[in-house]
Design a protein around this ligand. Sequence first.
Ligand SMILES: O=c1[nH]c(=O)c2[nH]c(=O)[nH]c2[nH]1
Length: 298
Amino acid sequence: MTVILGPNRYGKAETRLVRVVRDGVVHHIKDVTVSSALSGDMEDVHLTGDNASVLTTDTQKNTVYAFARKHGVAEIEDFAILLARHYVESQPTVHHARVEIEEYFWDRIPVADDSAPGADGKRHSFVRSGREVRTCLVHHDADGTTTVVSGLKDLVVLNSTDSEFSGYIQDEYTTLPPTRDRVLATAVSARWRHLSEASPYGESYAEVRGCLLGAFAETYSLSLQQTLYAMGERVLNTREELCEVRLAMPNKHHFLVDLTPFGLDNPDEVFYAADRPYGLIEGTVLRDDAPAALFAWE
Ligand SMILES: O=c1[nH]c(=O)c2[nH]c(=O)[nH]c2[nH]1
């Protein structure tokens, strides 16, 4: 028996970056967390402690900040591609780079006394948005292949009707009563794979988000699984730059509270919003001609 080194990668996780763009008195901010992981000729560092092949994780962090200054941060996918290509193309020992970015949204705080022309009552004050987190995952390989997956998480949605659940298996442990009208709530995590790295990432993100919300709102739901499929299907029917959508949706159960001890009825008005346990519904929706995913999701 011989022990050998298996798959490995290393990098700087969760580099926090806030980039301010000063357009006169009107400022813009981009708030992101960048994680990079590199792999390649890394046998020696593991087996003998020779670090000659290692682009340090500290350097990776510094590169994120230097690139933010030199290139700015527009769409997170473009920034991730820039970094991933740089690591692979600048270092012969690095054969593969994985860059993951999260973006947090901020809204402007309108100000009353703003006299600056063109400032439109908004200058340099922001409030962290209650919106979802935008994500991307980019891989670039020394063979020239780039894969891009975009996504979002914590998109919290609720339908207060138009959701049923019945007709499921009844075994000796089943107690769940069927319902013809329930609250359906979830926090959507969705990721979608681009066919090429030339996608219009900003427009694509806004449209996919709209598709997910639209399908959630407009689907009369017989199960969260059915709603999940409808959401992925709408994305792929709308956006031709995409070939695969992966969704994870916790079923945020809302239980009707029994108010009879207090002499009150409860006609679907007062609910206990349970946080755990929760059903977790996960699924992939894809075009039947989707090319091989390679390492895109890893
Ligand atoms: O939409 C649902 N899907 C399930 O699979 C399930 N299971 C459950 O207990 N409630 C629900 N709801």
